[in-house]
Design a protein around this ligand. Structure first.
Ligand code: SF4
Length: 264
């Protein structure tokens, strides 16, 4: 069995629409990025600069670190199709979220590391190799924990709660990578920091949520198989069916959209 490499961030997509996952990650089809994805990248970039500077004791200000968000939007490192979105709106929203994060979230956190890249954890009996970059490793009273930043229109609900559903697979892979590939013991529940990318500042809610038991979900137990076993079966048996009801079934988000037979 030839091992197949899976990015942590793509595992959710494998179960959402295997055909779209295969087109992107197995057959290497590419499409331009979009304004929403670039906005997320911009906020990730600037908050990472801010947090790293705090760890290093450099002490960049909120405004100084915000330059990374502006750079990402004005000089993206990939092709971007803006569609109905505008770069000027994305820049304004990114700067607002960056400021809120630095003022409201960062002071509550004790980070051990920022943007930690893990190079390959092979699970040989499943024929899978996992890679990924976790946003943060943080210190808590219960030990070290994975922390991931999520941006999106519904990242935080109107009740102020962060939407954690659907993120456990990715978080579980980060926990496995940190422990087994990085030698970092992860003993505290994972944390999600959600940031709403609404156009008005009032609706740009920001908050924190927790995910527990992500690793157990991936690995399973003596009574039921884990998610990774299902993933291995889909991939190694080549069962790449399409899901036209996926939220990502759109020409802007799916590389296979123009040729996909499952949409008919
Ligand atoms: S077009 Fe829709 S059903 Fe087809 S691969 Fe893409 S997301 Fe899946």
């Amino acid at each position: 069995m030839t091992p197949v490499t899976i990015r942590a961030s793509s595992l959710g997509k494998l179960f959402d629409c295997p055909a779209s996952w295969a087109a992107t990650y197995l057959y290497g089809k590419q499409m331009p990025s979009n304004g929403k994805a670039l906005l997320g990248k911009a906020v990730h970039a600037s908050t990472a600069v801010f947090d790293q500077s705090r760890i290093d004791g450099v002490g960049l200000t909120i405004d100084e670190s915000a330059a990374a968000a502006v750079d990402m939007i004005r000089r993206p490192d990939e092709e971007v199709t803006w569609g109905e979105d505008k770069a000027s709106d994305a820049e304004r929203i990114a700067l607002s979220l960056h400021t809120k994060y630095c003022q409201m979230i960062a002071p509550q956190q004790t980070y051990r590391a920022v943007e930690v890249k893990f190079e390959g954890l092979e699970i040989s009996d499943l024929g899978l190799i996992f890679t990924g970059t976790t946003d943060r490793i943080r210190e808590t009273a219960e030990g070290l924990s994975i922390c991931d930043l999520k941006t999106g229109k519904a990242a935080v609900g109107s009740d102020g709660k962060v939407k954690t559903a659907g993120h456990a697979y990715q978080i579980g892979v980060y926990e496995l990578l940190a422990e087994r590939a990085g030698g970092i013991p992860i003993t505290a529940p994972a944390q999600l920091i959600g940031m709403n990318t609404a156009k008005t500042s009032d609706s740009q809610r920001i908050g924190m949520g927790e995910i527990s038991g992500a690793r157990a979900l991936l690995l399973g137990d003596s009574e039921s198989p884990g998610i990774l076993e299902y993933a291995a079966k889909i991939i190694h048996k080549g069962m790449f069916w399409g899901n036209p009801k996926s939220m990502m079934c759109h020409e802007r988000y799916c590389v296979a959209f123009s040729t996909c037979k499952f949409r008919q």
